[in-house]
Design a binder for this molecule. Sequence first.
Ligand SMILES: [Ca+2]
Ligand SMILES: [Ca+2]
Ligand SMILES: [Ca+2]
Ligand SMILES: [Ca+2]
Length: 125
Amino acid sequence: MKLKLIALAAAIAFSGSATAAVMLDFDTVDVNGDGNLTLDEFYGSASDAGLYSDWDLDSDGLIDEDEFDELGLDWDYDTWDASGDGYLDSSEFYDGYYGVYDANGDGYWDNDEWDDAGEAGIFDW
Ligand SMILES: [Ca+2]
Ligand SMILES: [Ca+2]
Ligand SMILES: [Ca+2]
Ligand SMILES: [Ca+2]
């Protein structure tokens, strides 16, 4: 039930008017308080919040292309699937997600990049 609600919330969020799945705020995720989110900081907080498991709709521990497509995101699954095995493990998922929103490619999320990720509807802040 929880998973269905999350998928629904995400679907609504992507259409522009919604609550989202995961509650995180920038200051919480920025563990060392330097104003930048590293992949490790994001990974830790997003893992704690269950972001990956929320997307793994059948709870088999992997995100397959159907689950990825379920949220209607305009991202390239094959690019995220670095190992090319047809599944996203958690590190591929977080790497892919992080990379999408590191707009300037400097390896950090600043507050603006974090906000952009939020506007995609994955988080709520
Ligand atoms: Ca930081
Ligand atoms: Ca799965
Ligand atoms: Ca893979
Ligand atoms: Ca950046």
